[in-house]
Design a protein around this ligand. Structure first.
Ligand code: TTP
Ligand code: CA
Length: 371
């Protein structure tokens, strides 16, 4: 039986010139001027690099990564405003936007401070026109409630959605239906694919692969020989717009951890586990309250010389089972004690890679209904 999922509708939202737009938001007088946000290294007044710039400044060739002195030079004679990064402020704005977006998605995955993937398959009943309306509604809501613009790409998977979003900025909305994906990707330079950096791009160039279309037509066997089996297959699939990565629900926090000092320094597994089990009970309560499951379990050990060691394990499937958590922590500490020599002073337990329980179940149900 071919277990293919039905067509998905996936969005990538990417906030426009984000750090600089946040600065414009708190000081609208900046809007028509070149705005450059940078990290000042502090060595000299001018040393450091540009984090980002608004589109007025970009017209002068100022972009992320260039040295600040160069940006200054390119903006000479303009009313350019240079500001230091205020990450905390941008994070507050980001949280507000993410909150609105989260409410519009079946499942939601935040990627960094200014990007998020939304699976909206159920919300739109698999319809790309409905997705276009939803994206416009999201844009309006965020503009009205927060005052920020963003660009959206809509596609049948994360890969196409991301490239679509990049293709029209700022305030863009680009829809690529499944049947259009091949034609959309084909003429684009091959380095638009994740994983094709400068080196790989150059190597592909020598093979005559300039566009994504060239890569899609290239012999898969040869790609596997040249780049290794897994990477070769990935390139072949990516170039053909094939990507089955699901939108991975992320919780508000990326991890839950608890740490505690042992009564005395020890290398005794049962003493360590007794303390860990208390921490686990506490973690589990929070897990249940937030209705999430985890896929990664970590242990932390602070040794008598105060060095911090950690080990972790990724489970095959996400779970919220406290026994699985206890057993995994036991397994990790057993192994750890076999590999270390010092006594342990403090222990910690951490879980991460969250999935929302409810969403998981819903997805499974709809999956079985559609097969
Ligand atoms: P990007 O999304 O790459 O850029 P952007 O939001 O500034 O512009 P665009 O309109 O093209 O999306 O990065 C998001 C934020 O990350 C950006 O506002 C600042 C920060 N950043 C850096 O600090 N250094 C960098 O080199 C890059 C690329 C981004
Ligand atoms: Ca951005």
């Amino acid at each position: 039986m071919n277990l293919r999922m039905k067509t998905r509708v996936v969005m990538l939202v990417d906030f426009d010139y984000f750090f600089a737009q946040c600065e414009e938001l708190r000081n609208p007088a900046l809007k028509d001027k070149p705005v450059v946000v940078g990290v000042y290294s502090g060595r000299t007044e001018e040393s450091g690099a540009v984090s980002t710039a608004n589109y007025v400044a970009r017209k002068f060739g100022v972009k992320s990564g260039i040295p600040l002195y160069l940006a200054k030079k390119r903006l000479e004679g303009t009313e350019a405003v240079f500001l230091p990064v205020d990450y905390e402020f941008y994070e507050q704005i980001s949280d507000k936007i993410m909150h609105v977006l989260r409410g519009c998605a079946d499942s939601f995955e935040q990627v960094g401070i200014d990007e998020a993937y939304l699976d909206v398959t159920q919300k739109t009943q698999g319809n790309f026109e409905a997705a276009s309306d939803l994206a416009k509604k999201m844009k309006n809501e965020v503009k009205n409630q927060v005052g920020i613009t963003f660009s959206v790409g809509v596609g049948p998977n994360k890969l196409v959605a991301k490239i679509a979003a990049d293709s029209q900025k700022p305030d863009g909305l680009t829809i690529v239906k499944p049947e259009e994906a091949e034609r959309f990707l084909s003429p684009l330079p091959v380095n638009r694919l994740v994983g094709v950096g400068r080196k790989t791009g150059a190597k592909m160039g020598e093979l005559g692969i300039k566009t994504i279309g060239d890569l899609a037509r290239y012999n898969t066997q040869k790609l596997m020989e040249l780049f290794g089996k897994n990477v070769g297959i990935y390139f072949h699939n990516a170039a053909n717009g094939v990507d089955n990565e699901r939108v991975q629900e992320t919780g508000a926090a990326e991890s839950i951890s608890r740490i505690s000092t042992l009564k005395e320094n020890t290398r005794d597994l049962s003493v360590v586990l007794e303390k860990c089990n208390q921490l686990i009970e506490d973690i589990h309560k929070e897990l249940v309250r937030r209705n999430i499951s985890f896929k990664n379990v970590g242990i932390i050990a602070i040794m008598t010389d105060l060095s911090v060691r950690s080990r972790s394990k990724t489970l095959e499937t996400a779970t919220s089972d406290i026994e699985v958590l206890k057993n995994t922590v036991r397994e990790l500490f057993e192994k750890f004690l076999g590999e270390s020599e010092l006594e342990i002073r403090r222990v910690g337990v951490k879980i991460s890679h969250f999935a929302k329980e409810e969403a998981e179940q819903k997805r499974l149900t709809s999956f079985f209904q559609s097969t």
